[in-house]
Design a protein around this ligand. Structure first.
Ligand SMILES: O=C(O)CCC(=O)C(=O)O
Length: 311
């Protein structure tokens, strides 16, 4: 039985070894902030422009009014939102002239695999320093205007969120609170594929409607909050709910990496993970249809890369 937390602990990398990290945090599925791993990191906009230049990426266009809308009316979410392709330098201009702030244009889960940033020495050694040796994904960039919120959701794998520039507020709830956080129903995947995901919550953290979501009051008793500062890394264990908000007015930038979950007993016992597996199975017909439509029309490559972004 995992003991309840008082708050999210913070440890310096000099105080732990990979064995300690695995025993204390990974095996028990306990979130923790690790300091001292990214001491010299400063991925400001000029630095990112220098490294990414005119390389083209898929940006999420959330639109100006997303967070004024009732979440229950959303037709897409996270990787499912409308994608816009443009060179990085063009996006940097949108950040500088604040168009990206006004329209909430965000670079989310953008693989760094084909970029020079993937070679950053501090990133390459992080897994070994924590004893996380089996990545489930590449390094992914999450960057955009201050004020952007990545809505409350959980992932079915372990994650490390590394803060490369500016600060983010991360609100967390343990996996036990799924029922009290009113996730979108799993059967939604039949209609929306992976555009609307059942591992996202229908409750607005900023303006909760307690009449519609009365059990959210119970979830609030299990709420944790971390202000993740530049140079810090947050370990988010599988199925911990998290909502991430970029703080301040400037650009804010993080990198995450997902890791396979160990020990396997954590996977087998996780009801939330089985829910997500069911969601993926329900989404299959919709996904196949999207692939078929993409393959039969013009601009195939672009359409396929947008579908793959959702996986
Ligand atoms: O930084 C963000 O916008 C979201 C990050 C996230 O959800 C994650 O690392 O799992």
């Amino acid at each position: 039985m995992v003991k309840a937390l008082d708050s999210i602990a913070s440890v310096d990398i000099t105080e732990i070894t990979p064995d300690i990290f695995i025993e204390k945090y990974q095996k028990t599925g306990t979130p923790v902030v690790i300091t001292g791993l990214l001491a010299t990191i400063d991925w400001n906009l000029d630095y990112l422009c220098e490294k990414l230049g005119k390389q083209t990426f898929l940006f999420r266009n959330y639109g100006s009014s997303r967070y004024q809308q009732d979440k229950r009316n959303w037709k897409n979410i996270g990787s499912g939102v409308a994608l816009q392709s443009m060179p990085f330098t063009e996006y940097a201009e949108l950040l500088r002239d604040r168009t990206a702030h006004e329209n909430d244009i965000y670079l989310g889960k953008c693989s760094l695999k084909d970029t020079i940033l993937a070679q950053t020495p501090a990133l390459k050694v992080i897994g070994n320093q924590l004893g996380l040796t089996k990545p489930a994904t590449d390094f992914n960039l999450y960057m955009g205007p201050g004020g952007h919120t990545s809505g409350l959701h959980y992932d079915s794998v372990d994650g490390t969120l590394m803060q490369m520039y500016g600060e983010k507020r991360v609100v967390l709830f343990p996996p036990s609170q799924t029922y009290n956080l009113y996730p979108f129903p799993v059967y939604n995947h039949i209609r929306y594929g992976l555009k609307l995901r059942s591992w996202f919550s229908r409750v607005s953290l900023a303006q909760p409607d307690f009449e519609l979501f009365p059990r959210f009051k119970i979830a609030l008793q299990h709420r944790y909050e971390v202000i993740l500062k530049q140079g810090e890394t947050l370990y988010i264990p599988m199925c911990w709910w998290h909502e991430v908000t970029a703080l301040g007015d400037d650009m804010v930038c993080s990198v995450n990496r997902f890791w396979r979950v160990y020990p396997t007993s954590r996977v087998i016992r996780s009801w939330n993970r089985w829910r997500a597996v069911c969601g993926h199975i329900f989404a299959l017909p919709h996904m196949c249809m999207s692939f078929a439509i993409a393959l039969s029309g013009s601009d195939r490559k672009q359409k396929l890369s947008k579908i793959l972004h959702r996986l």
